[in-house]
Design a protein around this ligand. Structure first.
Ligand SMILES: [Fe+2]
Length: 372
């Protein structure tokens, strides 16, 4: 744990019913590009609210639809081209982490013309202002300086840039009321993992721990009720806040090994992000320093965290998504281990309170295969 630390949040955080009405779009610029995923914004009410507000604020806009889950570099480039073509002065991203992350990267590319390598190596590149409207309770990307992009012919990579913090984060839980069950589960697990990893990180601090604990408790206490009754507003509200807490937490601590090591599961075996991270973590826990888990158990009032966690994932049906993964091979694990141990991924090992090297990585991937 760090005893000296700072908390910087250069954005404006708006939470609650109809909080979009507090965004002063006109003061950010006159022309905006709106970035969406596939179609959920039209079902959950966010599109309608946004268009009404932009009209009211006299902002001109064009729309970019279709950002895919785990957005690729070519999507980022095409969003950036649209920004330039239209002369957008700012971007509004609506959705879960995918549209928001793609928009963050595009805000840098449109402003600076950065290449993939530049984007991932220069954390000071300038960016156009971004408003992030969150419609899932997961990534917390609306309050972080991170973005994760998939290389067109390879794995996902995360980059950090203080200029991609959304200028305004809009978190209105009503937009999550129509989230399907599968999305609710994977996003809640992602948020939980951000809190868990931030709590355990060697870079943690007292404020990150406080936020992380509250976030984990909110998810544990409310996820089941929301899955039973998807329009349970109080539960949705709490999950939405927990997800932002996870975002604030990782803005301070970053994520751990379980995040990086989960990327091959998502990219090559289609296991959704939150579930992939949780699955890797279920195997990582045995290598973690005991005292951290004991402390967490005490604070959460859970007797055996590792056992509880696996049971929880079983109840949520997460292990069922490993069917395709049973075809994975040792050669792949070797390749993934090589990737994890090279380049900037080393930073994940430095902050993870666990003894994990090549041998442990291979074991973790292998053990996931035999889970029934
Ligand atoms: Fe995540």
């Amino acid at each position: 744990m760090q005893l000296s630390w700072s908390f910087v949040y250069p954005g404006r955080y708006l939470f609650g019913e109809n909080c979009i009405s507090d965004v002063k779009f006109g003061s950010i610029g006159n022309r905006a590009l709106l970035v969406f995923g596939r179609s959920s914004a039209k079902k959950n009410g966010s599109y309608e609210d946004l268009i009404a507000k932009l009209t009211n604020d006299n902002v001109e806009w064009i729309e970019y639809w279709g950002v895919e889950e785990d957005p690729s570099w070519s999507t980022v480039e095409s969003i950036a081209a649209k920004i330039r073509e239209f002369g957008a002065e700012f971007v509004v991203a609506v959705g879960g982490g995918s549209p928001i992350d793609a928009a963050k990267a595009a805000c840098v590319v449109a402003k600076t013309g950065a290449s993939w390598d530049e984007l991932f190596s220069n954390p000071k590149l300038e960016a156009l202002p971004l408003v992030a409207i969150s419609t899932t309770s997961g990534t917390g990307s609306e309050v972080t300086p991170f973005s994760v992009i998939k290389k067109d012919d390879g794995l996902k990579e995360g980059f950090f840039n203080v200029n991609i913090y959304p200028k305004v984060a809009v978190v209105d839980y009503r937009y999550t009321l129509t989230c399907p069950k599968s999305v609710t589960i994977t996003t809640a697990l992602d948020a939980f993992m951000h809190c868990f990893e931030g709590y355990c990180s060697l870079r943690t601090n007292e404020m990150a721990r406080m936020m992380a604990l509250h976030g984990m408790k909110l998810i544990i206490e409310n996820l089941d009720n929301v899955l039973e009754n998807p329009v349970y507003e109080e539960g949705r509200r709490k999950l939405a806040f927990a997800a932002s807490l996870g975002g604030f937490v990782i803005s301070m601590t970053g994520t751990l090994f379980s995040h990086a090591a989960s990327y091959p599961l998502t990219v090559y075996y289609g296991i959704r992000h939150g579930e992939a991270v949780a699955l890797v973590a279920s195997k990582m826990i045995v290598y973690m320093e005991e005292w951290i888990l004991r402390m967490l158990e005490k604070e959460l009032g859970i007797e055996n965290f590792s056992k509880w966690f696996v049971n929880w994932l079983e109840e949520l049906g997460v292990f069922d998504h490993l069917k395709d993964y049973s075809k994975s091979t040792e050669d792949e694990y070797l390749e993934w281990a090589e990737w994890l141990l090279s380049g900037t991924r080393k930073r994940y090992f430095d902050v993870t309170p666990a003894k994990i090297g090549r041998e442990e990585i291979l074991k973790i991937y292998e053990e996931l295969k035999v889970v029934e």
